[in-house]
Design a protein around this ligand. Structure first.
Ligand code: 5GP
Ligand code: ZN
Length: 113
């Protein structure tokens, strides 16, 4: 398998794991852009946001739920946080396994760069 996030989900590539269940895994970004920078991924390989179907709804809701729980654990739930999905080259997507960035712990600018 050539997918680095599938390898992390399977535990074959090490990561700073912060959550793992049968459907969702979360781990710290290797190159953090904020004091809290966690990636939340479906364990099942979905390459792109564009591949998401309504039948994936429960899985997406689980990802958001995990992100919200992690934000509380990180102590950033009150100050605020941002969930980001980069889709395609112009957005800067570099890993073709759907992942939601949880960013927080500092004020953020809008719009994103
Ligand atoms: P994208 O640019 O595709 O939205 O985000 C990919 C993210 O994955 C980047 O923020 C990058 O730092 C992170 N990343 C890439 N490879 C690895 C890895 O092997 N381990 C971890 N923990 N993060 C990674
Ligand atoms: Zn994958």
């Amino acid at each position: 398998v050539a997918c680095i996030f599938c390898e992390i989900v399977a535990g074959r590539v090490p990561s700073q794991s912060v959550y793992h269940s049968e459907d969702v895994t979360a781990f710290r970004d290797i190159d953090p852009k904020a004091p809290t920078h966690i990636l939340i991924v479906p364990n099942r390989h979905i390459a792109f946001l564009a591949d998401v179907k309504s039948s994936d709804g429960e899985l997406l809701a689980r990802i958001v739920e995990v992100a919200n729980d992690l934000a509380r654990q990180e102590g950033i739930a009150q100050s605020g946080y941002r969930l980001v999905v980069n889709s395609g080259p112009d957005a800067g997507q570099t890993v073709a396994h759907l992942h939601v960035h949880l960013l927080g712990g500092r004020p953020m600018t809008w719009p994103p760069g």
